[in-house]
Write a protein that binds this ligand. Structure first.
Ligand code: BG6
Ligand code: MG
Length: 215
């Protein structure tokens, strides 16, 4: 087992369940355009950037739009989404996450964020978690989407920890691939069927501890 010096966390679906708010916000856009958008469709948007999410949504509805209209719609969706995330409280932090952060701090293991979201700072502030992070890399800092490892490699650079000594926590298949592509270990949060490429898959953080980072 290598030494684990840093843990890099995806945000949406790992630290907090924002998928339900993304869903309501995208559904409003779909309904305005005259088609339905189901929770099953929403699964395809997990871990995917805002503009790619819109492309998937429009493909589902069979709608073609020019770039300017698409940018306006993405902006409208984000305004819908902000209505919900600005009401979030620390009670929405997923179970076990904060205890695990505290354990990492007590063991001098660094904590970073590696998220595709451009709303990451807003969400961390709403959850009162910002101060736990030694480095934050989000959708405003990267140009290449997961499975490109850019977001995680930037995190390891900021922390000055070599990728082999980093563990990434991810709920999306593309995120697990990004971690592996970056030469990092990965713990999948969710089901082994989807996240089978991870070194370990757990359903959530309840009862999870540093002792289980034994790859
Ligand atoms: C990811 C989510 O973390 O962030 C995706 O899993 C989302 O569903 C993406 O599309 C971008 O988020 P935002 O907040 O920048 O629209
Ligand atoms: Mg995620």
């Amino acid at each position: 087992m290598g030494t684990i010096s840093a843990c890099i966390f995806d945000l949406d679906g790992v630290v907090v369940d924002t998928a339900k708010y993304h869903y309501i916000a995208w559904k409003r856009i779909a309904n305005d355009l005259g088609f339905d958008f189901t929770e099953e469709d929403n699964e395809r948007l997990k871990g995917v950037s805002r503009m790619t999410s819109l492309d998937i949504l429009l493909e589902i509805g069979g709608v073609k739009l020019d770039q300017e209209t698409k940018l306006k719609l993405a902006d409208k969706k984000n305004k819908n989404y902000l209505e919900y995330i600005l009401k979030m409280t620390p009670e929405e932090i997923l179970p076990g996450v904060k205890d695990f952060f505290k354990e990492l701090k007590s063991k001098n293991i660094k904590i970073a964020l590696g998220s595709a979201s451009k709303n990451a700072m807003t969400i961390l502030n709403q959850l009162e978690l910002t101060n736990y992070f030694d480095a934050i890399v989000d959708g405003t800092h990267v140009s290449k989407a997961k499975p490109d490892p850019e977001v995680f490699l930037k995190g390891s650079e900021l922390l000055k920890v070599t990728p082999a000594n980093c563990v990434v926590f991810e709920d999306a298949e593309a995120g697990v691939e990004a971690a592996i592509n970056g030469g990092m270990k990965c713990v999948g949060i969710g089901s082994p069927e989807v996240l089978g490429k991870a070194n370990k898959v757990i359903p959530g953080f309840i009862g999870f501890s540093v002792a289980q980072l034994n790859f």
